[in-house]
Write a protein that binds this ligand. Structure first.
Ligand code: ARG
Length: 568
């Protein structure tokens, strides 16, 4: 149900009826005494009309028709309108997302590791944030095209393939890609002849020499299978099908540059082909080039992203293209989008958005590294997460308290909690800021964490087991009576609005904050409203609210890509 737009429309209609101009500026109330929602737009509207804002607020309330929607309207402070929703209105909410009337084709570009190396913690954010937004969009009925823009082309592969050929049957040594890369790099730095051969290999590869391509494919397959293992462990919806890496644009790079030339956008500068746009100037006002072809004929990262947009807009007919890529690539995307617009590759009807994210930091506030100073391998991080979660379950004596939980279930639980904790810790932080990776915080059962939410979920579920009640027999809509019930139902009713906001803005932490709020209100309800010890309709009503809470928690966690456990 759409609460925000409904309330905004009604308030703005009252503005119009009163001859006022302005927006309702609706917000969720920050404290219970402010009702459920607050309209903050009266002050600006009154100011524009030269009237007293509190008087105007009163007139708006007198004019407003919120029959059956709000049970109370009040003026607060200089002219805020506090709205308390009516129980019969919020009772109509659904616990699963409804499909939009305006489905779009949305390309979500995420993960995109460099296949020359193993995935490290730097890839975590793009992978899980992009995955979450793709799920949210899909749940609302959009057509989502997941794109894994892997780095599978470029000069490093000359070095790697040459080293691979020298090693003979190489696939064994490729099981540790990190090590393999290090050894190849060392040889490259030390051995001039090897360097020479590596450069020739790049030329052979880029000109499509079959034996070289074959070797390359072998390398990519092995490297990609490492990634796939991690995607599976993390529960990420990416497969080979979504892999459209840099190499897949190789055949269109020249066409792309020709297209830019045909649009009169190219200028030669020191032998390189460049696009100069007015919007990109250095501090001293000098024009900055976007280079699309080097003087040796080689193409660049920007060239493949332009070719990529030709496919995404031209072939896929995307309405939106969302790039979940490190904030440090902001200038790159600004340039690519601007060149694409100037060249008619994109058009104003298509929304191109770089959704940047900050860096994951260690406790020392520096980029997260091992003690030896290397980037932490993602597989090592997940191993540690699972072993820490296993230890946590032992410390909480989960198995001795529930003797019927066998070792297999315990291991599954450790996996759900461990992986869920790592993902949730990341997703719950505002993506644009850097954040400190902290094992103790993410595995705590207190605060805005995965264990806290998983526990809230299992508690909502265990009521049915304890009461011997089949939740499917409960009514799907109930009108709340007591205030803790109503406050819980208000949050449940806000789920659809929240998901639409997340789909629009691309911030998973908003979904986390919502689920945390929901779990908090459920806890208050649970403490203040006896459930199994109530009778008749009170019991049914409270059980129905409990079921709805569990359903929204499970749905929300699934959109974050986090599994749930029925008991813990
Ligand atoms: N492979 C790139 C990197 O590691 C990320 C790709 C992002 N997507 C894109 N279309 N450029 O930095």
């Amino acid at each position: 149900m759409h609460i925000r737009s409904l309330l905004s429309e009604r308030i703005e209609a009252a503005f119009t009826a009163l001859g006022l101009e302005g927006q309702a500026l609706l917000q969720a109330a920050s404290r219970p005494e402010f009702g459920d929602y607050q309209a903050n737009g009266v002050m600006a509207a009154a100011k524009r009309a030269g009237k007293n804002p509190r008087d105007v607020a009163q007139q708006v309330i007198d004019t407003l028709d919120l029959q059956g929607i709000a049970k109370e309207l009040a003026i607060a402070g200089p002219g805020f309108i506090n709205i308390t929703l009516a129980p019969e209105f919020i009772a109509q909410a659904s616990t699963t997302p409804a499909h939009t009337d305006n489905p779009q084709c949305v390309v979500v570009d995420y993960s995109g590791p460099n296949l020359a190396k193993e995935m490290h913690v730097g890839h975590l954010r793009s992978t899980i944030i992009g995955d979450c937004i793709a799920r949210v969009l899909e749940s609302l009925g959009h057509r989502v095209i997941r794109q894994n823009h892997v780095g599978d082309w470029g000069t490093q592969f000359g070095m790697l393939l040459t080293y691979m050929a020298d090693q003979g049957a190489a696939s064994g040594s490729l099981s540790d890609l990190e090590n393999f890369y290090r050894q190849a790099k060392q040889r490259f730095d030390e051995d001039e002849a090897f360097q020479q051969r590596s450069r020739q290999a790049v030329v052979a590869l880029q000109s499509g020499e079959p034996s070289m391509l074959q070797q390359w494919q072998k390398f990519i397959d092995i490297s990609m299978s490492h990634c796939q293992e991690l995607y599976d462990r993390l529960g990420i919806d990416l497969t080979d099908q979504n892999m459209d890496g840099e190499s897949s644009y190789n055949d269109d790079l020249k066409n792309t540059v020709d297209h830019l030339a045909a649009q009169n956008l190219l200028t030669e500068s020191d032998g390189a082909q460049c696009v100069f746009l007015d919007e990109f100037k250095s501090k001293s006002g000098e024009a900055l080039p976007v280079i699309v072809q080097k003087s040796d004929g080689g193409f660049l990262y920007s060239t493949s992203d332009l070719a990529c947009l030709r496919r995404r807009i031209g072939d896929f007919k995307a309405d939106r293209v969302l790039y979940f890529v490190d904030a440090r690539q902001a200038l790159h995307f600004k340039q690519v989008f601007a060149v694409a617009a100037a060249a008619g590759i994109s058009n104003p009807a298509v929304e191109l958005v770089h959704m940047p994210f900050g860096t994951m930091l260690g406790k020392d506030n520096k980029p997260f590294k091992t003690r030896q100073g290397a980037l932490v391998k993602l597989s090592d991080l997940l191993d540690e997460a699972m072993s820490r979660a296993g230890q946590l379950l032992q410390d909480r004596q989960v198995q001795s308290k529930n003797p019927d939980i066998d070792d297999a279930e315990l291991a599954r639980l450790a996996q759900t909690i461990g992986i869920g904790a790592v993902k949730y810790a990341d997703l719950s932080k505002n993506r644009t800021s850097d954040y400190v990776f902290d094992w103790d915080q993410m595995l705590s059962f207190d605060g805005n964490t995965a264990p806290y939410l998983l526990y809230a979920y299992s508690r909502a579920r265990s009521i049915f087991t304890r009461g011997g009640i089949n939740p499917a027999t409960l009514p799907t809509q109930v009108v709340s009576v007591d205030e803790p019930e109503r406050r819980l139902a208000v949050v449940i009713a806000g789920y659809q609005d929240l998901l639409e906001q997340v789909a629009e803005e691309g911030y998973p932490h908003q979904l986390c904050a919502y689920l945390y709020e929901l779990a908090g209100r459920f806890t208050q309800f649970y403490e203040q409203c006896p459930i199994l010890n109530s009778e008749d309709e009170v019991k049914t009503r409270r059980l129905a609210l409990t079921k709805q809470t569990g359903d929204v928690l499970a749905n929300g966690l699934s959109l974050l890509g986090i599994g749930v456990a029925e008991r813990m």
